[in-house]
Design a protein around this ligand. Structure first.
Ligand code: GLU
Length: 193
């Protein structure tokens, strides 16, 4: 069991997110990551393998990551090895290298739990031209949200709702959309956050 945290407000998000993740360390995890955005600028993703202090070191305890809106995650791998590329957050577009850096995608998100029908959903997305950079079920969920968001030109809540209709399993999701600065969208089914 791993953890999700989110913050949007007036303060710098990253130190608060790191503090939140530290409170969930007892659940166990193999990697951790943050996505933080500064106003309407693209989100910045930072990931680290192993203990949370590696992520804290990489971001100068969060101080090096500007922005007052963000999500954080500790991962317990179920789909794909513990690795930088499989660590969360995941993005709806392509990602270069290990996935750290500015997010060019429309949707970025983190996820706890298991998407049971991820193979079938991945095949659907492949048929619609999506490509995949990780082995995770999470990337499939984020891309499915993106698919509905663009196909029906609906808002984040409706895109997430459509996704939840298709997804089987127990999970929690926290997502940020490029078009919606300062907002975090969450969904949960039979899972702790
Ligand atoms: N199934 C996801 C993965 O393997 C999330 C695992 C978790 O709950 O941390 O990345």
């Amino acid at each position: 069991m791993c953890g999700i945290v989110g913050y949007t407000g007036r303060d710098q998000a990253a130190p608060i997110l790191l503090d939140g993740l530290s409170r969930l360390e007892y659940r166990g995890y193999d990697s951790a990551g943050l996505a933080v955005r500064d106003g309407s600028a693209p989100a910045e993703v930072v990931k680290a393998l192993g203990k949370l202090y590696h992520l804290a070191d990489k971001t100068d305890q969060g101080r090096a990551l500007p922005g007052a809106c963000g999500i954080g995650h500790t991962r317990w791998a179920t789909h794909g090895d513990p690795s930088m590329v499989n660590a969360h957050p995941h993005v709806s577009g392509n990602c270069s290298g290990s996935g750290s850096g500015p997010v060019e995608s429309d949707v970025v998100g983190v996820h706890n739990g298991i998407i049971e029908n991820f193979t079938e959903l991945k095949e659907k997305l492949l048929r619609h031209g999506y490509t995949f950079y990780s082995d995770t079920d999470t990337e499939v969920a984020v891309k499915l949200v993106d698919y509905y968001y663009k196909k029906y030109k609906i808002g984040p809540v409706d895109a997430i709702t459509r996704t939840m209709v298709r997804v089987r399993g127990s999970y929690a999701l926290a997502l940020m959309f490029r078009d919606f600065p300062d907002e975090i969208f969450v969904a949960r089914k039979d899972s702790l956050s």
